[in-house]
Design a protein around this ligand. Structure first.
Ligand SMILES: Cc1ncc(COP(=O)(O)O)c(C=O)c1O
Length: 446
């Protein structure tokens, strides 16, 4: 310990690899301490965590209650084989049963979100005897081989051809999808769902195991369908006996102002839910594929061909139990809804003030600001699936220099702070974003 900032960065770069980038472009800040909604780098500079890191540290950094629960478990033991029973695993399974919108569900625990998706897809295939999975182009489901194919977002392209049995469909995106031209959002959502049904008919419904959708769209740009869309998805699943896999890895655990993103559509009945991120707020890695009672009972007499050395890791389960207690005891789900309203109001003021803000999308503490060169043409400030061009580079630089830690993709700025954020801290973030927007506004074309 005791490295200088330069040493830390240099050795991180020399001996380790960083995700989703060419390594020479990696220019990290070096963090020494984190508490609440703030991070401090080795030079003592304070950074406001405006994205809960990767939209996962939902309860904020350094929560003493969770730290203590992890230490208590550590003092007893931290791991036993997945075929051994533990209290932490029992308690977590029971708690999940109470909060997920599925009856008599059972959880298969993984190390993270992508593994939850991999196992959900396998379970869907084992249960239905069908092969194909329908998934959105604008979605992300993880970076492992199968999950990366399942995500339609361009991140999958480096892994092509990937798995053969994934079928992509267009999804709701009223701001840009041409299907919505000259239509209301509801009419567009309805056509999108009709096209999904048509795709299923082309693919053969008898071959389709599941439709896989994020409970609330996340890093692909937070573009979410409304009630009309979800009603039709449920109808299609019922009509053709297709399972509905809801990916709550990012949208779960209070992010959208409810326990799960799909709780905004209570009529929807998931058959499998994928959890990770906020389940432990990353205090220890953990994920889960949670299956309905009906699917679970199928495996009473059929082998569950799934396994991971670290499945049901005791430390991870203990961290998750403590996290769920924090969400409950500190009322964080309600808080996300309330602070979300405050954040939305502030973001809408930016939308009013700066022409360069094309659209604000999201709910709870889960928003994206979409920047455009012109509101009429909706030309993105930096093109889709390309390296950041000058205006967005400047935006990213201003945010970083002013101590706002978040992620910027193409023409989007993500706003997803920890659920413990206060109104004053929201204001602090908005002030920094405003600085970036006044620079971006110079690139607006009248
Ligand atoms: C919706 C969604 N699903 C799955 C994943 C993959 O989770 P992990 O990175 O924990 O494997 C992510 C990660 O960002 C995600 O946002």
């Amino acid at each position: 310990m005791g490295m200088t900032q330069n040493e830390m960065v240099e050795k991180n770069k020399k001996y380790t690899l960083s995700s989703w980038k060419s390594q020479s472009s990696w220019n990290p800040i070096a963090i020494e301490k984190a508490k609440g909604v703030y991070l401090w780098d080795t030079e003592g500079k304070k950074h406001l965590d405006w994205s809960s890191q990767l939209i996962n540290v939902n309860i904020g950094h350094g929560n003493q209650y969770v730290n203590q629960a992890i230490q208590d478990q550590l003092a007893k033991f931290c791991y036993v084989s997945p075929s051994i029973a533990t209290e932490a695993r029992a308690r977590l399974g029971e708690m999940l049963n109470e909060i997920v919108p599925m009856k008599d569900c059972k959880a298969f625990f993984t190390n993270g979100g992508a593994e939850a998706i991999e196992n959900a897809m396998k379970i869907a295939r084992l249960y239905t005897g069908r092969q194909k999975i329908i998934t959105r182009y604008r979605s992300y489901h993880g970076g492992t081989f199968g999950a990366m194919t399942a995500g339609g977002d361009p991140r999958r392209l480096a892994n092509e051809p990937g798995l053969p049995w994934i079928v992509y469909v267009h999804g709701p995106y009223a701001y840009r999808n041409p299907i919505y031209r000259n239509k209301t959002v509801e009419e567009g959502d309805s056509v999108i769902a009709d096209l999904i049904e048509e795709t299923i008919l082309f693919e053969g419904p008898q071959n389709v195991a599941a439709i896989l959708l994020e409970g609330y769209s996340g890093s692909s740009g937070i573009m979410q369908g409304g009630k009309v869309f979800w009603d039709r998805i449920q109808e299609i699943c019922n009509k053709y006996n297709i399972l509905l896999i809801i990916d709550e890895v990012m949208s779960g655990f209070g992010r959208t102002g409810k326990w799960f993103g799909i709780n905004h559509q209570p009529q929807v009945k998931p058959d499998i839910m994928c959890l990770a991120k906020g389940i432990t707020s990353a205090y220890v890695p953990l994920g889960a594929a949670v299956v309905s009672g009906e699917i679970a009972s199928h495996f009473d007499d059929n082998v569950l061909w799934c396994g991971l050395t670290n499945s049901s890791h005791t430390l991870g389960c203990a961290a998750a139990v403590a996290n769920i207690e924090v969400y409950q005891n500190d009322n964080l789900i309600k808080r996300s809804e309330e602070m979300g309203k405050n954040l939305y109001t502030e973001l809408m003021k930016l939308h009013e003030k700066y022409q360069v803000v094309g659209e604000i999308r999201g709910i709870g503490l889960h928003y994206v600001i979409e920047l455009v060169k012109n509101r009429g043409t909706r030309q993105p400030l930096s093109p889709f699936n390309s390296p950041l061009t000058e205006p967005m580079q400047k935006v990213a630089k201003i945010l970083r220099e002013n101590g706002l830690s978040t992620f910027v993709r193409w023409n989007w700025i993500f706003c997803a702070p920890p659920l413990i954020i206060t109104e004053e801290q929201i204001q602090e973030g908005i002030t920094i974003i405003e600085r970036a927007l006044s620079e971006a506004e110079k690139y607006y074309l009248e």
